[in-house]
Write a protein that binds this ligand. Structure first.
Ligand SMILES: [Ca+2]
Ligand SMILES: [Ca+2]
Length: 303
């Protein structure tokens, strides 16, 4: 089966404070996240989780998660939302929304998706099926992939025991739908359960990060072997490489002048590379395997 995904190399510009909105539910909260309390049985809660699977936030102590008890109720429809202020991003060709999440739901029956409104809340689109302004979506391959709920919604559903990042990128680059020409974009996270009771804990999210970017490259790769995935990118101190399966071969890291700055053998499905010794800049990482050929990717070190 042919699979295609986009590798996105993101350059952040940190010189403008307008160009970032963030909320980790601790000290840094200039992205204002609201829970609509007029919605009956809205179970989103901001606080410190005390469940069985949801014991700790991604950044402690707080996160946003579905609550009222350990397990979520049936027939539930809950939302929270925030506004991306596009005025801060006009100088950038792209803007990105990133967050970390963890989920425990009844597979294909209960789950959550993300909606966007480009007309100040009058109409909403599931971003995963929106054909006009659909963002590129980058999901950690070890985490939940998108699936179809029995209602037909494309959503996150099922269980992942660890936090994984999700990156959404709206942009005007080649292959991207355009950034909508509006001064703000509203984002709504929807959690929905069916009529069958189940003992699952729901959805937990943390560290919402919105920023304008200049994207250096969007490389489309096709084929049964998607190469590998790097995170976080940009990196600070260390970068993790996920291959998706055990890979035997050699890893080389090159600086922007194509000089090898590090080289080592590998036999693993994932590894973490210490980047503290490397100055900030753009790097390439290349994997060469006897059976799997050559794969390369780029990353940015910001400190
Ligand atoms: Ca937090
Ligand atoms: Ca259920």
């Amino acid at each position: 089966m042919k699979s295609t995904f986009a590798l996105v190399i993101i350059l952040t510009v940190t010189s403008s404070s307008l160009a970032q909105q963030f909320n980790n539910f601790e000290i840094n909260q200039n992205l204002d996240i609201t829970i609509d309390t007029s919605l009956e049985n809205n179970i989103w809660t901001i606080g410190s989780p005390e469940k069985i699977k949801f014991k700790t936030a991604y950044s402690v102590p707080n996160a946003i998660f579905t609550d009222t008890s350990i397990t979520y109720p049936d027939n539930n429809f809950s939302t929270f939302q925030f506004t991306i202020d596009q005025n801060g991003f006009w100088m950038f060709p792209y803007f990105v929304l990133q967050f970390h999440h963890k989920m425990d739901t009844e597979y294909k029956r209960d789950g959550g998706w993300i909606e966007a409104s480009y007309d100040k809340g009058m109409t909403w689109q599931n971003i995963f099926t929106d054909t006009v302004f659909r963002p590129m979506v980058q999901i950690d391959p070890s985490g939940l992939s998108l699936d179809t709920l029995y209602t037909g919604e494309i959503a996150f559903t099922g269980t992942q025991d660890n936090f994984y990042p999700v990156t959404l990128c709206w942009g005007n680059g080649e292959g991207n739908p355009p950034i909508p020409n509006v001064d703000s974009v509203q984002i709504r996270f929807v959690f929905r359960t069916d009529s069958i009771p189940s003992s699952h804990e729901g959805w937990m999210l943390d560290n919402f990060d919105v920023y304008g970017t200049l994207i250096d490259a969007i490389a489309e790769k096709s084929g049964p072997d998607p190469g590998f995935y790097l995170y976080p990118n940009p990196a600070q101190g260390a970068i993790s490489v996920l291959f998706g399966k055990e890979m035997i071969g050699r890893v080389d890291i090159f600086d922007s002048h194509a000089r090898i700055v590090r080289s080592f053998p590998c036999q693993t499905d994932r590894l973490t590379i210490d980047t503290a010794f490397l100055p900030r800049g753009i790097y390439s990482i290349r994997f060469t395997g006897a059976d799997t050929g050559v794969h390369s990717n780029q990353f940015l070190i910001i400190e």
